[in-house]
Design a protein around this ligand. Structure first.
Ligand code: GCV
Length: 698
């Protein structure tokens, strides 16, 4: 009796432990639908997955773990070949034509079953392709899809699908809101944290095949021997999961750790230093991905310190890694206080003349918009404008300007909005996605038990991977997959959470940056509103630079009569934006400075529309709270309570944004906030006086 009680207690304890979010979308709990479970069980009764290379071992282990969990019994997959098996997982199967196999490329896979009598087949040209296929099959089971008569062919659209960590060597994370860095440099290379393995599993499950481990505001120490040994340990582990490791290269490293007098990229001694460094790195990590570089941006060193161009800098590094098939990812996030031009225009002006001047192993990585990961930005004019250069997308998964760690915001709609934008650069239909060679997401991962701080941040990591694999997936489809795997397949739960997630980004835009407003957050930590900030040394760091509110109106004139940033877009893309009458409301104040009494499409004046949007945003957070609360019976207590508390914070902070911004703009417009709306709770001086010296992430 005592023993039974203990067993029960242990069981209860393990349930309580289980829902802390650590397992991400790879939860593998027993399927509740018995008949479905039985049909899966019989369809997968015996499995052949021959071979024991590291990747195949990983695939086997994952499938065993998934099936054991989902079926509620121990499933073992032997290493030997079994031609009678009902699921055959094998490289380059004889059941598939040469042509079909060739069309899968290096990482694609096929899952096929013509009838319940023929064995289900997962095949690929590479072991990592098989691993992706295994994860796909597991997802089908987790989301309770039929596995009869499958004919699935998956090939990733982009070759480079990457996470960029902005992790410092002291384990702080720039713009990180989920605790400290998961890389414990102190105990590496000897201690391999289970987290590294689970991180690799999660990434492989969504097709991420590259990670840069360190902050782009780089520290040259990572390129020294002891640290390279630590990087090797991670890279040895990630290899089996198809993940290559990149490091951020500090441009001045030859001076800082090489004791050279210069880091001039045209100096042969500097070039040799990087060649030697590359040889050293590849001697330790033979499949090292390459370097990610932030140069001459926000105080980082770079080639311009020596009056050289970005191409000179990138090419020097590219030549160093080329013998080993390495890449250089060179960021286009550059702007300078010394350049008087609209910050919006600077990266384009800098990089356009360099098209065709980069070595073939250089990727130029461009943020989705021309300013800086705002809640909404028009696509960056560089997309489609560099036809001779491989261009990578840089999205930010961590929510620096989107509520940081406390707001529920599902980012797939933001990613999709950009990817589907038409650049017109090669005629109508030249979407941003069609111009890309790779995609990176700035990671939101940290040591918090649920990895991402806000549980729903997991969905953004998931969405980035899924869209890098296939940008045509819908935001809704991705949300549903994630909900089914992370919570349950209950239809009303899935419907409610999907609706909430899909609406969440627009809701945040309304209570933070409606109608095209941008960069009006507080200074430094970027937490909370700060539209009044006007005293920073660099003009383009001040929110007043962006909203330009004055007695006449508000907004940034980027048309020909203003900064003319619009001229950097293809004329067909710029057309709709150039006239306020045709410019979508969502981008209006991004491109136009308009009078407070400007008539909006809604029939409201611009001022009243601002009041309306800010209030709509706040009210919509109440709606999200209501949706979440009504699903309580279908949610586990721990995760329900966590998200509920964060939604309370989000509601408070939405009000804070609304009240602070409306009070500040009212001070300028001299117009009343309509009495039908809740009036600001505190004075403008109060909001201006708030200080957050220990806000995370900066
Ligand atoms: C890594 C923004 C962030 C910085 C970040 C920078 C960048 O300005 O606030 O923290 O620095 O972007 O992308 O390089």
């Amino acid at each position: 009796m005592k023993v039974n009680l203990l067993a029960l207690l242990l069981l209860l304890f393990s349930f309580a432990q289980a829902e802390d979010g650590y397992r991400l979308w790879l939860r593998y709990d027993e399927l509740k639908n018995k008949s479905l479970r039985n049909s899966y069980e019989s369809r997968l009764a015996s499995i052949s997955l021959p071979g024991n290379s590291p990747t195949l071992q990983v695939a086997r282990k994952e499938l065993q773990m998934a099936l054991s969990g989902l079926f509620g019994k121990t499933v073992r997959i032997p290493e030997s070949r079994n031609l009678q098996a009902v699921l055959q997982i094998e490289k380059s199967s004889a059941r598939v034509s040469e042509r079909e196999l060739a069309s899968l490329g290096e990482e694609g896979f096929l899952i096929r079953s013509s009838s319940s009598k023929t064995p289900l087949l997962i095949t690929a040209n590479s072991e990592v392709g098989l691993l992706y296929g295994v994860f796909y099959l597991i997802r089908l089971l987790q989301t309770e899809q039929s596995i009869e008569k499958l004919n699935i062919k998956e090939v990733p659209r982009l070759a480079l699908r990457m996470l960029n960590h902005w992790d410092n060597l002291d384990r702080t994370v720039e713009r990180g809101y989920a605790g400290f860095s998961i890389w414990n440099w102190h105990t590496l290379p000897t201690y391999i944290d289970q987290r590294y393995i689970d991180y690799a599993r999660a990434n492989a499950s969504i097709g991420i095949n590259a990670v840069s481990l360190t902050n782009v505001n780089a520290n040259a120490t990572i390129l020294t021997q002891p640290y390279l040994q630590k990087v090797k340990a991670l890279s040895d582990l990630f290899r089996a999961y198809g993940i290559k490791v990149y490091l951020t290269a500090r441009f001045s490293a030859p001076v800082e750790i090489g004791k050279l007098k210069t880091a001039d990229p045209l100096d042969p001694v500097v070039q040799q230093w990087w060649k030697d460094k590359a040889r050293e790195i590849y001697g330790i990590i033979p499949d090292f991905g390459g370097f990610l570089v932030k140069a001459n941006s926000e105080g980082q060193p770079g080639p311009q310190d020596y009056k050289r161009t970005h191409a000179d800098g990138a090419n020097m590094l590219a030549d160093a890694v080329a013998p080993y098939k390495g890449n250089v990812i060179w960021r286009a996030f550059v702007y300078s206080a010394e350049v008087p031009d609209d910050r919006h225009k600077q990266a384009y002006s800098e990089f356009l003349p360099l098209d065709g001047k980069f070595r073939s192993n250089v990727f130029v990585q461009v943020k989705n918009g021309a300013i800086d990961f705002m809640p909404r930005e028009p696509f960056h004019p560089l997309f489609g404008a560099l036809p001779k250069t491989p261009v990578m997308m840089e999205f930010q998964i961590t929510q620096e300007y989107l509520g940081q760690g406390t707001h529920l915001v599902y980012l797939a709609p933001l990613f999709k909005e950009c990817l589907e934008s038409d650049t017109y650069q090669k005629g109508k239909g030249t979407t941003v996605a069609s111009t890309l060679s790779g995609m990176a997401g700035v990671s939101n991962i940290g040591t918090d038990i649920n990895w991402t701080g806000h549980l729903f941040g997991q969905a953004n990591w998931y969405a980035l991977g899924r869209l890098a694999w296939n940008h045509e997936l819908s935001s809704e489809g991705i949300a549903k997959e994630w909900i089914c795997m992370s919570f349950s397949t209950d239809p009303s739960l899935v419907a409610d959470l999907t609706q909430m997630m899909l609406a969440s980004r627009e809701i945040l835009v309304n209570y933070m940056n409606p109608i095209g407003l941008h960069h009006i957050m507080a200074t430094g930590h970027h937490y909370g509103p700060g539209p009044w900030v006007a005293n920073l040394n660099r003009p383009e760091w001040n929110p007043t630079y962006y909203h330009r509110a004055d007695s006449i109106g508000i907004g940034f004139n980027r048309t020909a009569t203003g900064s003319d940033a619009l001229s950097q877009y293809h004329p067909d893309a710029a057309k709709k934006w150039s006239d306020p009458a045709t410019c979508p409301d969502k981008d209006l104040l991004w491109f136009h400075h308009l009078p407070w009494n400007y008539n909006m499409k809604s029939g409201r004046t611009l001022w009243n529309e601002l009041c309306y949007r800010y209030n709509l945003g706040v009210d919509s957070v109440s709606w999200m709270q209501m949706v979440w609360n009504r699903q309580q019976p279908k949610l586990d207590e721990q995760r329900f309570e966590q998200v509920k508390m964060l939604l309370n914070i989000q509601h408070q902070e939405a009000k804070w944004w609304r009240d602070a911004c409306l009070l500040y703009f009212q001070n300028i417009s001299r117009l009343p906030i309509p009495t039908s709306y809740e009036q600001p709770a505190k004075s403008l001086d109060y909001y201006k006086s708030l200080r957050f010296p220990y806000a995370p992430g900066h």
